[in-house]
Design a protein around this ligand. Structure first.
Ligand SMILES: *Cc1c(COP(=O)(O)O)cnc(C)c1O
Length: 354
Protein backbone atom coordinates (compact mmCIF):
# COMPACT_ATOMS: atom_id res chain seq x y z
CA UNK A 1 0.00 0.00 0.00
CA UNK A 2 1.10 3.52 -0.80
CA UNK A 3 0.06 5.36 2.36
CA UNK A 4 0.78 9.09 2.53
CA UNK A 5 0.79 10.86 5.88
CA UNK A 6 0.10 14.55 6.28
CA UNK A 7 0.38 15.65 9.89
CA UNK A 8 -1.75 18.34 11.50
CA UNK A 9 0.06 21.67 12.01
CA UNK A 10 -1.49 22.32 15.36
CA UNK A 11 -2.73 19.64 17.73
CA UNK A 12 -5.97 19.89 19.67
CA UNK A 13 -6.13 20.00 23.42
CA UNK A 14 -6.72 16.61 25.03
CA UNK A 15 -9.95 16.14 26.98
CA UNK A 16 -10.22 15.42 30.70
CA UNK A 17 -10.07 11.61 30.88
CA UNK A 18 -12.22 11.43 33.99
CA UNK A 19 -15.10 13.01 32.12
CA UNK A 20 -15.22 11.44 28.66
CA UNK A 21 -18.67 10.81 27.28
CA UNK A 22 -19.33 8.80 24.13
CA UNK A 23 -18.64 9.92 20.56
CA UNK A 24 -18.30 13.69 20.78
CA UNK A 25 -14.51 14.19 20.79
CA UNK A 26 -12.32 13.28 17.83
CA UNK A 27 -8.53 12.98 17.51
CA UNK A 28 -6.09 15.02 15.37
CA UNK A 29 -5.97 12.73 12.33
CA UNK A 30 -8.16 10.52 10.15
CA UNK A 31 -7.65 7.96 7.39
CA UNK A 32 -9.24 8.37 3.95
CA UNK A 33 -9.25 6.49 0.67
CA UNK A 34 -11.35 6.76 -2.48
CA UNK A 35 -12.89 4.32 -4.92
CA UNK A 36 -13.58 4.65 -8.60
CA UNK A 37 -14.14 1.88 -11.13
CA UNK A 38 -10.82 2.51 -12.96
CA UNK A 39 -8.43 2.80 -10.03
CA UNK A 40 -10.31 0.69 -7.46
CA UNK A 41 -9.54 1.76 -3.87
CA UNK A 42 -6.74 4.33 -4.10
CA UNK A 43 -5.22 7.45 -2.56
CA UNK A 44 -4.77 5.91 0.89
CA UNK A 45 -3.90 8.81 3.13
CA UNK A 46 -3.72 9.87 6.76
CA UNK A 47 -4.47 13.56 7.11
CA UNK A 48 -5.65 16.09 9.68
CA UNK A 49 -9.18 15.39 10.99
CA UNK A 50 -11.59 17.78 9.30
CA UNK A 51 -14.86 18.29 7.42
CA UNK A 52 -15.56 16.55 4.12
CA UNK A 53 -16.75 18.82 1.35
CA UNK A 54 -19.59 17.26 -0.63
CA UNK A 55 -21.75 18.21 -3.58
CA UNK A 56 -25.38 18.57 -2.35
CA UNK A 57 -26.33 15.86 -4.86
CA UNK A 58 -23.93 13.32 -3.26
CA UNK A 59 -25.81 10.01 -3.32
CA UNK A 60 -25.30 8.97 0.30
CA UNK A 61 -27.13 12.12 1.44
CA UNK A 62 -30.26 11.09 -0.47
CA UNK A 63 -30.46 7.30 -0.54
CA UNK A 64 -28.43 6.15 2.43
CA UNK A 65 -25.94 3.89 0.67
CA UNK A 66 -23.52 3.72 3.59
CA UNK A 67 -22.01 1.15 5.93
CA UNK A 68 -19.94 1.40 9.10
CA UNK A 69 -18.12 -0.48 11.83
CA UNK A 70 -17.31 0.11 15.49
CA UNK A 71 -14.34 -1.34 17.35
CA UNK A 72 -12.06 -0.27 20.18
CA UNK A 73 -8.41 0.14 21.18
CA UNK A 74 -7.28 -0.11 24.81
CA UNK A 75 -4.17 0.77 26.79
CA UNK A 76 -2.75 -2.35 28.44
CA UNK A 77 -0.89 -2.84 31.70
CA UNK A 78 2.50 -1.94 30.23
CA UNK A 79 1.30 0.98 28.12
CA UNK A 80 0.81 -1.04 24.92
CA UNK A 81 -2.13 -0.26 22.59
CA UNK A 82 -4.42 -3.25 22.08
CA UNK A 83 -6.98 -3.67 19.26
CA UNK A 84 -9.88 -6.08 19.91
CA UNK A 85 -10.83 -8.42 17.02
CA UNK A 86 -10.13 -5.98 14.12
CA UNK A 87 -10.14 -8.75 11.49
CA UNK A 88 -13.70 -9.67 12.47
CA UNK A 89 -14.86 -6.07 12.09
CA UNK A 90 -13.39 -5.66 8.62
CA UNK A 91 -14.72 -9.07 7.51
CA UNK A 92 -18.16 -7.88 8.62
CA UNK A 93 -17.64 -4.54 6.83
CA UNK A 94 -17.14 -6.53 3.62
CA UNK A 95 -20.31 -8.55 4.25
CA UNK A 96 -22.21 -5.28 4.72
CA UNK A 97 -20.53 -3.94 1.56
CA UNK A 98 -21.79 -6.86 -0.53
CA UNK A 99 -25.35 -6.38 0.70
CA UNK A 100 -25.24 -2.63 -0.05
CA UNK A 101 -23.58 -2.90 -3.52
CA UNK A 102 -20.43 -1.20 -2.19
CA UNK A 103 -17.01 -2.42 -3.42
CA UNK A 104 -15.18 -4.53 -0.84
CA UNK A 105 -11.98 -3.35 0.81
CA UNK A 106 -8.80 -5.35 1.46
CA UNK A 107 -8.90 -5.98 5.24
CA UNK A 108 -5.11 -6.34 5.55
CA UNK A 109 -4.46 -2.95 3.91
CA UNK A 110 -7.07 -1.24 6.02
CA UNK A 111 -5.88 -2.81 9.30
CA UNK A 112 -2.32 -1.69 8.49
CA UNK A 113 -3.56 1.87 7.82
CA UNK A 114 -5.64 1.79 11.02
CA UNK A 115 -2.59 0.74 13.06
CA UNK A 116 -0.57 3.58 11.52
CA UNK A 117 -3.35 6.05 12.36
CA UNK A 118 -3.63 4.82 15.96
CA UNK A 119 0.19 5.01 16.35
CA UNK A 120 0.12 8.61 15.15
CA UNK A 121 -2.71 9.52 17.56
CA UNK A 122 -1.49 7.21 20.34
CA UNK A 123 -1.52 10.02 22.91
CA UNK A 124 -5.32 10.13 22.44
CA UNK A 125 -5.86 6.56 23.66
CA UNK A 126 -7.11 7.21 27.20
CA UNK A 127 -5.73 5.19 30.09
CA UNK A 128 -8.13 5.95 32.97
CA UNK A 129 -10.01 2.80 34.13
CA UNK A 130 -12.81 1.81 31.78
CA UNK A 131 -11.85 4.25 29.02
CA UNK A 132 -10.88 3.34 25.44
CA UNK A 133 -10.46 4.68 21.92
CA UNK A 134 -13.58 4.05 19.83
CA UNK A 135 -12.76 3.48 16.16
CA UNK A 136 -15.35 4.27 13.50
CA UNK A 137 -14.64 3.09 9.93
CA UNK A 138 -17.31 3.96 7.34
CA UNK A 139 -17.92 3.86 3.58
CA UNK A 140 -20.27 6.28 1.82
CA UNK A 141 -21.52 6.63 -1.78
CA UNK A 142 -20.11 9.78 -3.40
CA UNK A 143 -21.47 10.11 -6.96
CA UNK A 144 -23.17 13.51 -7.37
CA UNK A 145 -26.42 12.14 -8.84
CA UNK A 146 -30.05 12.21 -7.73
CA UNK A 147 -31.23 9.25 -9.78
CA UNK A 148 -31.47 5.91 -7.98
CA UNK A 149 -28.79 3.27 -8.56
CA UNK A 150 -25.67 2.11 -6.72
CA UNK A 151 -22.99 4.80 -6.79
CA UNK A 152 -19.85 4.24 -8.87
CA UNK A 153 -17.54 6.17 -6.51
CA UNK A 154 -17.06 5.88 -2.74
CA UNK A 155 -15.14 7.33 0.20
CA UNK A 156 -13.80 5.10 2.98
CA UNK A 157 -12.74 6.83 6.18
CA UNK A 158 -11.75 6.04 9.76
CA UNK A 159 -12.18 8.47 12.64
CA UNK A 160 -11.13 7.95 16.28
CA UNK A 161 -12.88 9.06 19.45
CA UNK A 162 -11.66 8.69 23.06
CA UNK A 163 -14.61 7.37 25.10
CA UNK A 164 -15.36 7.04 28.78
CA UNK A 165 -16.37 4.17 30.97
CA UNK A 166 -19.84 3.29 29.73
CA UNK A 167 -21.11 2.85 33.27
CA UNK A 168 -20.59 5.99 35.31
CA UNK A 169 -22.13 4.73 38.55
CA UNK A 170 -21.19 1.12 38.02
CA UNK A 171 -22.96 -1.50 36.07
CA UNK A 172 -26.67 -0.58 36.18
CA UNK A 173 -29.41 -2.70 34.62
CA UNK A 174 -31.44 -0.91 31.93
CA UNK A 175 -35.18 -0.93 31.31
CA UNK A 176 -36.21 -2.09 27.85
CA UNK A 177 -39.38 -1.55 25.91
CA UNK A 178 -40.85 -3.90 23.33
CA UNK A 179 -42.30 -2.03 20.40
CA UNK A 180 -45.68 -3.45 19.35
CA UNK A 181 -46.25 -0.94 16.55
CA UNK A 182 -42.91 -0.68 14.74
CA UNK A 183 -40.32 -3.04 13.30
CA UNK A 184 -36.64 -2.50 12.55
CA UNK A 185 -35.82 -5.17 9.97
CA UNK A 186 -37.23 -8.19 8.16
CA UNK A 187 -35.60 -11.32 6.75
CA UNK A 188 -34.45 -10.36 3.26
CA UNK A 189 -34.07 -6.72 4.33
CA UNK A 190 -31.02 -4.91 5.73
CA UNK A 191 -30.96 -6.12 9.33
CA UNK A 192 -27.80 -8.17 8.98
CA UNK A 193 -25.85 -5.30 7.37
CA UNK A 194 -24.31 -2.57 9.56
CA UNK A 195 -25.91 0.22 7.58
CA UNK A 196 -27.40 3.62 8.41
CA UNK A 197 -30.93 2.62 7.35
CA UNK A 198 -31.37 0.24 10.31
CA UNK A 199 -30.78 3.14 12.66
CA UNK A 200 -33.11 5.47 10.73
CA UNK A 201 -35.78 2.76 11.08
CA UNK A 202 -35.25 2.58 14.85
CA UNK A 203 -35.51 6.24 15.86
CA UNK A 204 -39.25 6.68 16.18
CA UNK A 205 -39.74 3.68 18.47
CA UNK A 206 -36.66 4.71 20.50
CA UNK A 207 -38.22 8.12 21.15
CA UNK A 208 -41.43 6.44 22.19
CA UNK A 209 -39.48 4.24 24.63
CA UNK A 210 -37.60 7.27 26.05
CA UNK A 211 -40.82 9.23 26.56
CA UNK A 212 -42.09 6.33 28.65
CA UNK A 213 -38.95 6.14 30.76
CA UNK A 214 -37.28 3.21 28.98
CA UNK A 215 -33.65 3.18 27.78
CA UNK A 216 -33.79 0.96 24.71
CA UNK A 217 -36.17 -0.84 22.37
CA UNK A 218 -36.24 -4.63 22.16
CA UNK A 219 -37.24 -5.53 18.61
CA UNK A 220 -39.45 -8.45 17.70
CA UNK A 221 -39.30 -10.06 14.24
CA UNK A 222 -40.93 -7.94 11.55
CA UNK A 223 -43.35 -10.57 10.22
CA UNK A 224 -44.96 -12.47 13.10
CA UNK A 225 -43.96 -9.90 15.76
CA UNK A 226 -43.39 -12.81 18.04
CA UNK A 227 -39.70 -13.71 18.10
CA UNK A 228 -37.04 -11.70 19.87
CA UNK A 229 -34.38 -10.12 17.64
CA UNK A 230 -32.08 -7.55 19.28
CA UNK A 231 -31.99 -4.38 21.40
CA UNK A 232 -31.09 -0.98 19.90
CA UNK A 233 -27.45 -1.41 18.95
CA UNK A 234 -26.93 -4.60 20.95
CA UNK A 235 -27.62 -8.31 20.67
CA UNK A 236 -29.61 -9.89 23.52
CA UNK A 237 -29.07 -12.89 25.79
CA UNK A 238 -31.24 -14.62 28.42
CA UNK A 239 -30.35 -17.11 31.12
CA UNK A 240 -33.27 -19.55 31.32
CA UNK A 241 -32.70 -22.27 33.92
CA UNK A 242 -29.04 -23.09 33.38
CA UNK A 243 -29.07 -22.40 29.64
CA UNK A 244 -27.69 -19.24 28.01
CA UNK A 245 -29.87 -18.40 25.00
CA UNK A 246 -29.66 -15.80 22.25
CA UNK A 247 -31.65 -15.41 19.02
CA UNK A 248 -30.19 -17.30 16.04
CA UNK A 249 -28.79 -15.23 13.14
CA UNK A 250 -31.75 -15.59 10.82
CA UNK A 251 -30.91 -12.74 8.42
CA UNK A 252 -32.60 -9.82 10.15
CA UNK A 253 -30.18 -9.62 13.11
CA UNK A 254 -26.70 -8.07 13.15
CA UNK A 255 -23.99 -10.65 13.85
CA UNK A 256 -22.38 -8.87 16.80
CA UNK A 257 -18.74 -9.59 17.59
CA UNK A 258 -19.41 -9.17 21.32
CA UNK A 259 -22.27 -11.68 20.91
CA UNK A 260 -19.86 -14.17 19.38
CA UNK A 261 -17.28 -13.50 22.11
CA UNK A 262 -19.85 -14.24 24.85
CA UNK A 263 -20.98 -17.46 23.11
CA UNK A 264 -17.38 -18.68 22.79
CA UNK A 265 -16.36 -17.86 26.34
CA UNK A 266 -19.54 -19.31 27.87
CA UNK A 267 -19.49 -22.53 25.87
CA UNK A 268 -15.74 -23.21 25.58
CA UNK A 269 -14.37 -21.68 28.81
CA UNK A 270 -17.22 -22.08 31.27
CA UNK A 271 -18.78 -25.21 29.79
CA UNK A 272 -22.20 -23.57 29.88
CA UNK A 273 -25.02 -24.81 27.68
CA UNK A 274 -25.44 -22.10 25.00
CA UNK A 275 -28.22 -22.11 22.41
CA UNK A 276 -28.69 -19.91 19.37
CA UNK A 277 -32.33 -20.40 18.51
CA UNK A 278 -35.70 -18.76 18.06
CA UNK A 279 -37.01 -17.30 21.32
CA UNK A 280 -40.57 -16.04 21.40
CA UNK A 281 -41.65 -13.26 23.71
CA UNK A 282 -44.23 -15.69 25.11
CA UNK A 283 -41.45 -18.09 26.10
CA UNK A 284 -39.76 -15.24 28.03
CA UNK A 285 -43.02 -14.28 29.78
CA UNK A 286 -43.66 -17.94 30.71
CA UNK A 287 -40.10 -18.46 31.94
CA UNK A 288 -40.56 -15.39 34.12
CA UNK A 289 -43.88 -16.71 35.46
CA UNK A 290 -42.25 -20.07 36.27
CA UNK A 291 -39.32 -18.36 37.99
CA UNK A 292 -36.68 -19.77 35.62
CA UNK A 293 -35.82 -16.51 33.80
CA UNK A 294 -32.67 -15.73 35.75
CA UNK A 295 -30.92 -13.01 33.74
CA UNK A 296 -30.95 -10.94 30.58
CA UNK A 297 -28.26 -8.72 29.10
CA UNK A 298 -27.35 -6.91 25.88
CA UNK A 299 -23.96 -7.17 24.15
CA UNK A 300 -22.19 -4.64 21.94
CA UNK A 301 -18.82 -2.93 21.50
CA UNK A 302 -19.82 0.32 23.23
CA UNK A 303 -21.13 -1.11 26.54
CA UNK A 304 -19.67 -4.64 26.21
CA UNK A 305 -22.42 -6.09 28.49
CA UNK A 306 -25.54 -4.19 29.48
CA UNK A 307 -27.71 -5.99 32.06
CA UNK A 308 -31.48 -5.77 31.59
CA UNK A 309 -33.53 -5.14 34.73
CA UNK A 310 -37.04 -4.70 33.29
CA UNK A 311 -38.89 -5.57 30.11
CA UNK A 312 -42.21 -4.00 29.18
CA UNK A 313 -44.44 -5.81 26.67
CA UNK A 314 -47.85 -4.20 26.25
CA UNK A 315 -49.36 -3.98 29.76
CA UNK A 316 -46.96 -6.51 31.22
CA UNK A 317 -43.76 -5.47 32.92
CA UNK A 318 -41.35 -8.10 34.18
CA UNK A 319 -38.43 -7.52 36.54
CA UNK A 320 -35.43 -9.74 36.04
CA UNK A 321 -33.14 -10.81 38.90
CA UNK A 322 -34.75 -8.14 41.14
CA UNK A 323 -33.43 -5.47 38.78
CA UNK A 324 -29.86 -6.36 39.78
CA UNK A 325 -26.80 -7.44 37.80
CA UNK A 326 -26.68 -11.24 37.54
CA UNK A 327 -23.63 -13.47 37.88
CA UNK A 328 -23.41 -14.45 34.18
CA UNK A 329 -23.57 -10.81 33.01
CA UNK A 330 -20.93 -9.81 35.58
CA UNK A 331 -18.61 -12.67 34.68
CA UNK A 332 -18.99 -12.01 30.92
CA UNK A 333 -18.19 -8.32 31.45
CA UNK A 334 -15.15 -9.07 33.64
CA UNK A 335 -13.83 -11.71 31.24
CA UNK A 336 -14.16 -9.69 28.02
CA UNK A 337 -12.82 -6.45 29.50
CA UNK A 338 -10.05 -8.47 31.20
CA UNK A 339 -8.94 -9.80 27.80
CA UNK A 340 -9.29 -6.36 26.18
CA UNK A 341 -7.08 -4.58 28.75
CA UNK A 342 -4.64 -7.50 29.01
CA UNK A 343 -5.45 -8.34 32.64
CA UNK A 344 -6.50 -11.85 31.62
CA UNK A 345 -4.93 -14.20 29.09
CA UNK A 346 -6.31 -14.07 25.56
CA UNK A 347 -7.20 -17.72 24.84
CA UNK A 348 -8.73 -17.08 21.41
CA UNK A 349 -6.08 -14.72 19.98
CA UNK A 350 -8.54 -11.81 19.83
CA UNK A 351 -6.15 -8.98 20.66
CA UNK A 352 -3.66 -7.39 18.24
CA UNK A 353 -0.99 -5.27 19.86
CA UNK A 354 -0.07 -2.21 17.82
C1 LIG B 1 -22.99 -2.95 15.88
C2 LIG B 1 -24.30 -3.54 16.24
C3 LIG B 1 -24.43 -4.54 17.23
C4 LIG B 1 -23.29 -5.00 18.11
O1 LIG B 1 -22.21 -5.54 17.41
P1 LIG B 1 -20.77 -5.62 18.09
O2 LIG B 1 -19.92 -6.17 17.00
O3 LIG B 1 -20.88 -6.53 19.25
O4 LIG B 1 -20.40 -4.23 18.48
C5 LIG B 1 -25.68 -5.10 17.45
N1 LIG B 1 -26.76 -4.69 16.75
C6 LIG B 1 -26.68 -3.72 15.81
C7 LIG B 1 -27.90 -3.32 15.07
C8 LIG B 1 -25.45 -3.12 15.52
O5 LIG B 1 -25.39 -2.15 14.60
Amino acid sequence: MNLTVKKANSLKQKPDESNLGFGTIFTDHMFNMDYDPEKGWHNQRIEPYGPMIMDPATMVLHYGQSIFEGLKAFIGESGEVRLFRPKDNFARLNRSARRMCIPEIDPATVIEALKELVRLDKSWVPSAPGTSLYIRPAIVATDPYVGVRASSTYRFFIILSPVGAYYKEGFNPVKIWISKDYVRAVIGGLGEAKTAANYAASLYASEEAHKNGYTQVLWLDGVERKYIEEVGSMNIFFVIGDELVTPALTGSILAGITRESVIKIASEKWGMKVSERKISIDEIMEADAKGILKESFGTGTAAVISPVGNIKYGDKIITINNGEVGPVAKKAFDTITGIQYGKLEDPFGWVEII
